[in-house]
Design a protein around this ligand. Structure first.
Ligand code: C2E
Ligand code: MG
Ligand code: MG
Ligand code: MG
Length: 292
């Protein structure tokens, strides 16, 4: 009976595997087509100064405009793109779109703010990244300091010497570098000290716990102090409540990003952020504005 059961389980497992595999192959094929057909677009989420609410930069987040399925979020296709290597092409497309959007905003006479672009591990480790980046910047005459590359903590901590060399090349171009999802990887203090990065983006999971108690706040405060010692700015991701914002103001976190301020929005809405200097009327910012 045990044997039969085992066999049954195996068949079930194999069936599930092939479903997953089929699903993945389907996505892969559709993705290849989508890259050729240029079915991707960028949404932008603002990052603002924690005290004043002033716009500091915007993060470009890719969406797939699927002809039948509508707008597909990145979590449904980035990992397949990463596994199949398609991410290198897709990533180049994203860089191109971000630079082209900056150029369009400049033509409209808007005051520009830096745009940050997510770079996947495979893209970061590819030899093309530097030339793709310099190509996109040059085609649209975008100064390198208007672009920031977000690289996840886990990607940065893989092989410190190799990563340092890659970062040095990118820094030489003049782009800014941030560590994305900080706190979810396993960086050691010595690794962090060796890496030439400008910004730590503290993962949403830490922001979420902030209102739970003093320990979470002390923990966040330690990250902020450490980052400031290393001459890095700190951004809190996933800020959803005024309470979280007010705690982050007390903790001297430099910038905040999250649904409290805005969800990621299409380019024509992001344009409105650039037009107004102090657009973010979240209660926590108003309180500060009233004090000044
Ligand atoms: P990420 O870079 O950490 O981006 C933050 C994600 O959290 C975004 O999801 C954003 O919409 C969401 N978010 C922002 N504020 C809040 C909040 O207050 N609450 C909650 N619950 N969520 C919030 P999105 O746009 O679905 O992107 C998911 C991930 O996909 C990104 O995480 C990034 O790792 C990846 N991704 C997005 N665009 C690209 C891209 O162009 N290239 C690569 N390689 N990865 C990308
Ligand atoms: Mg990011
Ligand atoms: Mg992030
Ligand atoms: Mg994240």
């Amino acid at each position: 009976a045990a044997k039969a059961e085992g066999k049954g389980n195996f068949q079930f497992y194999a069936g599930a595997m092939s479903d997953a595999l089929l699903h993945k192959l389907g996505i892969e094929q559709a993705l290849r087509h989508a890259v050729k057909a240029d079915e991707f677009l960028l949404h932008y989420q603002p990052r603002v100064d924690t005290r004043s609410g002033e716009l500091r930069s915007m993060e470009a987040l890719v969406r797939w405009q699927h002809p039948e399925r509508g707008l597909v979020p990145p979590l449904e296709f980035i990992s397949v793109a990463e596994d199949t290597g398609l991410i290198v092409e897709l990533g180049a497309l994203v860089l191109e779109k971000a630079c082209s959007q900056l150029a369009e905003w400049r033509r409209m006479g808007l005051p520009l703010k830096p745009v940050s672009v997510n770079v996947s591990p495979r893209q970061f480790n590819s030899d093309n990244l530097v030339s793709t980046l310099t190509g996109a910047l040059a085609r649209h005459a975008i100064p390198a300091d208007l672009v920031e590359l977000e690289i996840t903590e886990s990607c940065m901590m893989s092989d410190t010497e190799k990563v340092s060399a890659s970062l040095a090349k990118l820094k030489a171009i003049g782009v800014r570098i941030s560590v994305d999802d900080f706190g979810t990887g396993y960086s050691s203090l010595s690794q962090l000290q060796q890496l030439d990065v400008d910004v730590l983006k503290v993962d949403r999971s830490f922001t979420r716990n902030l209102a739970d108690g003093e320990q979470s706040q002390a923990f966040f405060m330690t990250i902020v102090s450490m980052a400031h010692i290393l001459d890095m700015q700190v951004v809190a991701e996933g800020v959803e409540t005024v309470e979280q914002l007010e705690i982050l103001q007390d903790l001297s976190c430099n910038e905040v990003q999250g649904y409290l301020i805005s969800k990621p929005v299409p380019a024509n809405e992001a344009e409105q952020f650039l037009r107004k200097k102090l657009l973010f009327k979240a209660p926590g910012f108003l309180r500060l504005a009233a004090q000044n």
